[in-house]
Design a protein around this ligand. Structure first.
Ligand code: SF4
Length: 471
């Protein structure tokens, strides 16, 4: 039995069948869980593009597992390897996968051609430069199509990499680190077609949900966030284009849709879209909502379609930090918006360790969560607390990360304040090893070199510490 059978049998796919034995094996890696990969529109979009070419037999790889989901074949048998690197620390899984498969880690030692893309690669391509043959900086399926068209016409193995790479480097956003130390300008998508997931899976993080991107980039410019830096100019996809992109699912049938965007409440046709889904009894899930942008009319419509979770990202409970990050999302706003939406679960995102944050600011965050949980006592409140990690190119990218000891102490303060709040689940996403993300997000080629030398986390951390990182 194929290793991925459990997953494959739980999928509905709209992609064409490309399982011909003689086709060129094309690996598409998401170095995190299957659940996360199958809920990542960027990863799914590239996999869909691969299916446009009859020459390819695209297969998926997840985590650090060197065998494909579709056939169980070893990564070493794939001449073309594409990687979506969304979260920087997943680079660790990626190098482990290559080691297990017996595929050389250094671009110049490898016969296979590896092209890396995704948010992590776009934020800071330098860290991955000793590893990747080519790095795609930016987004846009129009450019991904050009990349695979060149690879389809010039089979790796028969045509030397040294001939293919200069052709790839002509495509906007493609950087070939071995040939050029200068980064090309980021590729900006001009496509008017909203990306839509073409595979549904009951094992995805958002099970059986059709994800559709309704916006690109972000209208806001929170100083810690890379989204506007790597995806702007901001764009709303029209309701007409979103509905038409969902047409294949109208025929196949779907009952849940996930609207992906950074400023959902600012989409001028959100009301129209909610009416469309309500008329089809399709349950709507959204990325986090800015309560300061929700009108009463939108809240009424969301109440019809949002039954499970509603998400807000206040980031901090401190008024002075709210002003600094220019996010005016108050406890009162969240309480009054949530009261009008019958979702069972309210998800709140916070950040600890922001530049200039005091202990008092952390207390204020704890108090804000407490106020919300008391006012919404009949709901489950999930407070997801992340840490501030500087990212290259953002306004706060040059600030250091808060020390490990101080972060642990501050998470402790939060937990203490919320002790006894029965309807609150506090989900602190921090382990010391998370700090390697800082080096990958802002470091240079030398950071990537460390990962090629070892995949032992303690050794990586100690090497980075010797280089001066407070990891
Ligand atoms: S945190 Fe959200 S609102 Fe702020 S810039 Fe990032 S995506 Fe936009």
């Amino acid at each position: 039995m194929v290793r991925g059978q459990k997953y494959l049998s739980a999928e509905i796919s709209l992609l064409p069948d490309r399982t011909k034995k003689w086709s060129v094996r094309t690996a598409h890696i998401f170095p995190n869980t299957y659940a996360a990969g199958m809920s990542n529109l960027g990863y799914l979009a590239v996999f869909e593009v691969m299916h446009q070419f009859w020459q390819f037999f695209p297969q998926r790889f997840f985590g650090a597992e060197p065998f494909s989901l579709e056939t169980g074949e070893n990564l070493a048998q794939f001449p073309i390897i594409s990687v979506s690197l969304s979260f920087e620390p997943d680079f660790l899984n990626l190098v482990r996968m290559f080691r297990r498969a017996g595929v050389p880690l250094r671009a110049e030692k490898r016969q296979q051609l590896v092209i890396l893309g995704g948010a992590g690669a776009t934020i800071n391509p330098y860290s991955y430069s000793p590893f990747a043959d080519a790095i795609f900086i930016g987004e846009g399926t129009e450019y991904i199509e050009k990349i695979f068209a060149i690879l389809a016409e010039n089979p790796v193995g028969r045509v030397p990499k040294a001939e293919i790479l200069p052709e790839l480097a002509k495509i906007p956003g493609v950087w070939v680190p071995a040939a050029d130390s200068q980064l090309p300008p980021r590729a900006i998508s001009k496509s008017e077609i909203p990306p839509v997931a073409k595979i549904l899976s009951s094992f995805a993080s958002f099970p059986n949900m059709v994800l559709v991107q309704i916006q690109r980039g972000c209208l806001f410019a929170c100083p810690f966030c890379a989204t506007p830096v790597i995806y702007n100019p901001f764009k709303n996809f029209s309701a007409e284009s979103i509905i038409s992109a969902l047409a294949p699912w109208e025929t196949a049938g779907y009952s849940r849709v996930g609207l992906v965007g950074s400023a959902i409440a600012d989409h001028p046709e959100l009301g129209e879209l909610l009416d469309y889904f309500a008329a089809r009894d399709v349950e709507v899930f959204t990325s986090s909502l800015r309560v300061d942008r929700l009108t009463d009319e939108l809240l009424k419509k969301l109440a019809h379609t949002t039954r499970h979770t509603v998400t807000f990202a206040p980031e901090t409970g401190s008024p002075h930090l709210k002003r600094q990050i220019r996010k005016d999302i108050s406890a009162e706003g969240i309480i009054s918006a949530s009261a009008k939406i019958p979702a069972r679960e309210i998800k709140l995102y916070y950040i600890v360790g922001l530049p200039g944050e005091t202990e008092e600011d952390v207390r204020l965050t704890g108090e804000e969560i407490k106020t919300i949980s008391r006012a919404l006592g009949d709901r489950k409140i999930v407070a997801s607390v992340n840490l501030f990690i500087p990212k290259r190119g953002t306004r706060w990218g040059d600030f250091p990360m808060m020390s490990h000891q101080e972060l642990v102490r501050r998470f402790g303060i939060l937990k203490k304040i919320l002790r006894g709040q029965k309807n609150v689940i506090i989900d602190v996403n921090y382990k010391r090893r998370t700090r390697i993300q800082w080096a990958l997000s802002v470091g240079g080629r030398e950071v990537g070199e460390v990962f090629l030398e070892t995949d032992n986390v303690s050794e990586i951390m100690s090497k980075l510490q010797k280089m001066g990182w407070d990891i």
